[in-house]
Every structure is written in structure tokens, then in C-alpha cells.
Design a binder for this molecule. Structure first.
Ligand code: ATP
Ligand code: MG
Length: 569
């Protein structure tokens, strides 16, 4: 099945399994070639911008960053990319750390902020000015755009040839807060005619009178990402700066910065394809809109593609790392099916989840020939795939709950569950024969009736009787109540991001169904937040880590037992 899903990944031919990918090959080559990498430990970094929670796309990036370090016995730093003072929020920093640790990766004592390097970054900018490689430009952002030229015409700036001393003076005064936001910028003096726009004298510093969450009001000029990032990498001794493909056109600038400052190290940038997943969006800006517009309850709403949400939904670190390992690393954009992520989870939970019985749409089943007040105990395996998980006792009695749709008064063909006259196995106990039901004045079924056959204890039918249906149940007297939340795709189309309409037009109105009146096996009463189970015949569920309490149990459906999107039989 995994193979089937994987074949839908675009650019299959360049996808390589696991950590044996083109990045690993490039790093191995660098090490073998000696030169600047002679005797060096591979050193990578993961540089999230703390303006939102990590999503599954970030997970791919961090699995590559930490994974490559792991593969080569090296190190990976965690660095908050906080060069832009306006957007960052401190609350996300802790969330990001929690997420990465939860996945099983560790940056040890190497946690940094891009803002740790504001001082050296400023000094490197001064160095460039002194070398005649940067100048203060007084064009406004709009004017820079107007003067950027086109393929055949070079860009222009009347400030390009301003004397070094003048730029040094103005840059210092920019730093000292003498000018308004946007009044001037520092630009690298590279090549106004370059076919690569990023090289047409890019802005490397801008004025922003804004308080920064780390540096407070110390700075009112901030470096642009393209200038700051190579410097941060060099300051940390990064050997390989792995990033997503949109930075490919920025690599010449990255290298230019490294070559023209007195950089303490010479990192190499290598790009890989961004991960896309169907039926969702992977952009913090769009995810934030889902939150702001009240479509979801927050970053950790179990329908979101964030790590916090996946964890809350019942995903395990193993399932997510496995997913990243299997989708591999490609050079071209790749879109993977959400179903494949679910496949990886199901595989993990199938082996490891404790089985239990739960009834989500309960109707009472009365075993009319079972003595009132009598109970009996059955032993049931906690996980038939893993004996070590042991067994537990379940209580059987005259009044049980079953799923409402396990009974039909007038069944269609091939319906093997309860209908008058039919025999059904009650999981782990007896075979019962349905005898009818009771309805209320509106015609709703309020009770179903059956008779049990005492000779079928353990579920073996008497000679000559074929019993095709087995249904799950819980004991009415000792079951526990719970709320169960059933999730579906957040969007109704595979690519909600397709440009023609706003992605918000494709919201699935039925992505959340809340069932308030569910009846669970008593063993689930003491389940802890995050604990996962397989509810027989229903799927995998876990205790919600936000809203559940011993007084009000809340379970989330992690994933169905079978894939209903791509593998419909
Ligand atoms: P978003 O658009 O979601 O805000 P971003 O790239 O701005 O994404 P950052 O916090 O800057 O988010 O990203 C941290 C790292 O994660 C970067 O190296 C970036 O390349 C990588 N990354 C982000 N999204 C993806 C994705 N969908 N697939 C692979 N890598 C990604
Ligand atoms: Mg970003």
C-alpha cells in the first residue's frame, strides 16, 4: 500500500529512500574532497522563524537538518530566525522547542537567536562599506522597484557611487536612529545588470523603529535575511546550510556575502524541495488565517497540519519521522498525499495500540433471556498482535450498548449485523439472536432485543449455524461516558492553494463532528491525556491533551482503521 501511495509523489525518479539522498551524497563528497572540509565535523542548523507553530513542512526540513548531522556524526543547531522584529512572538519559541524534542531531536546547548549576531552583522556591513562593496541608498522601496530595470536594462541608483566616508557616516546615523523608517537603506554593491534580481544591489539593512523581543530598543536598523543568514551560519561554524528550494536563486548572494566579509567559516548552501501535502495548506500565514477566521480553534486544533495538532490528534513521533524518511528528499516540488501520513500512523498504531471497545452512537441492547442482576466476566486480549500487552476483564450483563447502525429493522442485502431473526457474535462473549426492537412515538429505535445462546460462550456458533457478523458493545452498568471528536480533511479539494480562488472557499464544513454521548469500556476511565487506543471496528483514538479531564473524557479520532479516501473497496 505504501508503494501505491508513494507512486503518486511527483518527480519520483529523484526521490531517494531515507537518508541516502542527494544531500547526503553532496556532504559525503565534500568530506572526501578534503579542502575546506578537511577534518571538519558536519554541522547543520534548523532556523525557524518564531512567528507560528511548526507544520509538517518544517518537520521535513528539520528531519533533514538533524538527520544529516546524525548520519555524519555531526551536530545540528537550533536557531530562531528573528531578524524581522515585527512578526516574532515569544510564545512560539517554547512551542518550537517542545515540538523538536518531542520528535526526538536535540540541539544540546546550541540554541541561538539570529539576533545574537546583530553586532557582528553590523560590523560586517561596515566592512563591506569600507571595501566599497556597500552604500547607503536613499531611494524609497517603491523607487527601488521602479529603478530595478528589466532583463535587458540594468537597475539604477543615483547613490551607488557615493563616497565611502559618506556611506559610513550615514549608516552610523541610521543605526543611531536619526532617520525615519524607509528613509534609506544599505545596499550591497554587486551587479546592477545581473540576470539574477537578487544580485542587483540587494538591500541588506533597513530602518525599523521597532522593539525587538530579544534586543529591545537597542537597534532600529535590522539586517535583511539574505545578508544575516550566511553570517549567522558562518558565526556558528555551520558546514552545510540546508534550506528549501526558494532560496536557490539567493545562493549567489549567500556566497557573495561569505566571500566578501572576513567570515570565520565558509558554509555551503544546498537546497531541497519544499513539501506539499494535499487537502491542506502549509504556510504559517494561511494557517493563521484559519485561526483568526475561527475555522479552527488554534494552532493545535487536531485538523491543522502543525506538529502540535498532529500530536494532539494522536500522531506518534515514530510515525512522523517514518513519514519524512519515506517521502525522501527531492530537488523538485513534491506533493504527498495526506493519506500517506495517515498510513504511516496506522502502521505504527496497529502494532502498538491497546484495543478497547467504545460505542459512539449508542442504542441499548437488552438480552431478554439473560437473568437480571447477573454478570459474568470475560478475558480479552489487549493487543492480539502483541501478547506482552496482556489481557483484561470485561463484564457482560443483560443490558449493553451497541452502535445504532448495527441494528436495522429492514436490512438491505449483505447486512450481517442485527435484524430480527439474525444471529450475531457479540465480540468476545456470546452469539445472540435478534428478536426485535422498541420505538418511541416518532419511530426512533430506543431499544433492541436479543436472546443469547449459553452454549456459545466464547463466540463459537453451534453446529450448522453460520454467524457472519461480529459487533462491539459495552456493558451499560459500568461503561463510562465520553465526548468523541471525529475529524475529516480541512478542505474539500486536494489543492486548496490553486490560484484561481481563495483557499478559504474550499473549507470542508464537515471537518469536525462532535459526539457527546459515547459509551466506553470502563478501562478507558483512567486513560491519560495523549494515550492512544484502537477502538474496535472504529479506528484509532487518543485522549485529547487539552480538553479532556477525568470528569469529562474527550477522545480524538486519530485515524480510521482503513483509508476511506484512496483505498475504497
Ligand atoms: P511558512 O511559509 O510556512 O511560514 P517559512 O519557510 O517562512 O514557511 P520558516 O520558519 O522560515 O518558515 O522555515 C524554517 C525552515 O523550514 C526553513 O529552512 C524552510 O526552508 C523550511 N520549510 C518551511 N516550509 C517548508 C516546507 N513546506 N517543506 C520543506 N521545508 C520547509
Ligand atoms: Mg520564513
Amino acid at each position: 500500500m505504501a508503494e501505491e501511495i508513494k507512486s503518486s509523489v511527483e518527480n519520483e525518479e529523484i526521490i531517494q529512500e531515507g537518508s541516502n539522498n542527494f544531500i547526503a551524497a553532496a556532504i559525503a563528497e565534500d568530506i572526501a574532497a578534503g579542502g575546506q572540509y578537511e577534518g571538519m565535523t558536519v554541522h547543520t542548523r534548523f532556523p525557524p522563524e518564531p512567528n507560528g507553530c511548526l507544520h509538517i513542512g518544517h518537520v521535513k526540513a528539520l528531519c533533514i537538518d538533524f538527520g544529516m548531522a546524525e548520519k555524519f556524526g555531526g551536530m545540528c543547531n537550533l536557531r530562531m530566525d528573528d531578524t524581522n522584529p515585527t512578526k516574532e512572538k515569544e510564545e512560539f519559541i517554547d512551542a518550537i522547542k517542545t515540538d523538536i524534542h518531542w520528535l526526538g531531536y536535540d540541539w544540546e546547548d546550541r540554541f541561538y537567536y539570529a539576533s545574537d549576531y546583530f553586532e557582528p552583522t553590523y560590523n560586517f556591513a561596515v566592512e563591506l562599506i569600507k571595501k566599497g562593496l556597500a552604500y547607503v541608498c536613499e531611494l524609497t522601496a517603491d523607487e527601488v522597484k521602479e529603478n530595478r530595470g528589466d532583463l535587458n536594462t540594468p537597475a539604477t541608483s543615483p547613490y551607488r557611487d557615493r563616497p565611502i566616508e559618506e556611506s559610513l557616516d550615514l549608516f552610523e546615523r541610521m543605526k543611531n536612529g536619526e532617520f525615519e523608517d524607509g528613509a534609506m537603506t544599505l545596499r550591497a554593491k554587486i551587479d546592477l545588470a545581473s540576470p539574477n534580481w537578487n544580485m542587483r544591489d540587494p538591500v541588506i539593512y533597513r530602518i525599523k523603529h521597532e522593539t525587538h523581543h530579544q534586543t529591545g530598543d537597542k537597534w532600529c536598523i535590522y539586517p535583511m535575511y539574505d545578508f544575516a543568514h550566511p553570517i549567522e551560519d558562518a558565526m556558528e561554524g555551520i558546514t552545510h546550510s540546508l534550506c528549501s528550494l526558494e532560496f536557490e536563486n539567493h545562493r549567489p548572494l549567500y556566497n557573495w556575502v561569505i566571500e566578501n566579509i572576513s567570515a570565520p567559516a565558509k558554509p555551503r548552501q544546498i537546497e531541497f524541495a519544499r513539501l506539499g501535502i494535499d487537502y491542506t495548506v502549509l504556510s504559517k500565514r494561511k494557517l493563521r488565517r484559519l485561526i483568526d477566521d475561527g475555522i479552527v480553534s488554534g494552532w493545535d486544533d487536531p485538523r491543522m497540519p502543525t506538529l502540535a495538532a498532529l500530536r494532539r490528534r494522536g500522531y506518534t513521533p515514530a510515525s512522523i519521522r517514518n513519514f519524512c524518511e519515506r517521502i525522501g528528499v527531492a530537488k523538485n516540488t513534491n506533493t504527498v498525499q495526506w493519506s500517506f501520513l495517515e498510513f504511516c500512523l496506522r502502521e505504527d498504531l496497529n502494532n502498538n495500540a491497546i484495543r478497547a471497545m467504545a460505542v459512539l452512537d449508542p442504542v441499548k441492547l437488552v438480552i431478554t433471556n439473560y437473568p437480571e442482576g447477573q454478570t459474568e466476566t470475560f478475558e480479552i486480549e489487549n493487543n492480539p498482535l502483541n501478547e506482552a500487552e496482556g489481557k483484561r476483564n470485561i463484564t457482560f450483563s443483560r443490558e449493553l450498548y451497541i452502535e445504532a447502525d448495527d441494528f436495522m429493522e429492514e436490512p438491505p442485502k449483505k447486512y450481517f449485523r442485527l435484524f430480527p431473526g439474525n444471529y450475531v457474535r457479540l465480540k468476545g462473549t456470546y452469539i445472540v439472536k435478534c428478536t426485535g426492537c422498541k420505538k418511541d412515538e416518532n419511530g426512533n429505535i430506543v431499544e433492541v432485543y436479543a436472546e443469547y445462546d449459553p452454549s456459545t460462550r466464547g463466540g463459537n456458533p453451534p453446529e450448522g449455524l453460520k454467524v457472519k457478523g461480529t459487533i462491539h458493545w459495552v456493558n451499560a452498568a459500568d461503561c463510562v461516558e465520553a465526548e468523541v471528536r471525529i475529524f475529516d480533511r480541512l478542505f474539500t479539494v486536494p489543492n486548496p492553494d490553486a490560484a484561481d480562488v481563495d483557499f478559504m472557499e474550499h473549507i470542508n464544513p464537515k471537518s469536525l463532528v462532535v459526539k457527546k454521548n459515547c459509551k466506553l469500556e470502563p478501562c478507558l476511565a483512567c486513560a491519560k491525556p495523549g494515550d492512544g487506543f484502537q477502538f474496535l471496528r472504529l479506528g484509532y483514538f487518543c485522549v485529547d491533551n487539552v480538553d479532556s479531564s477525568p470528569e469529562h473524557l474527550v477522545f480524538n479520532r486519530s485515524v480510521e482503521l482503513k483509508d476511506s479516501y484512496n483505498f475504497k473497496n
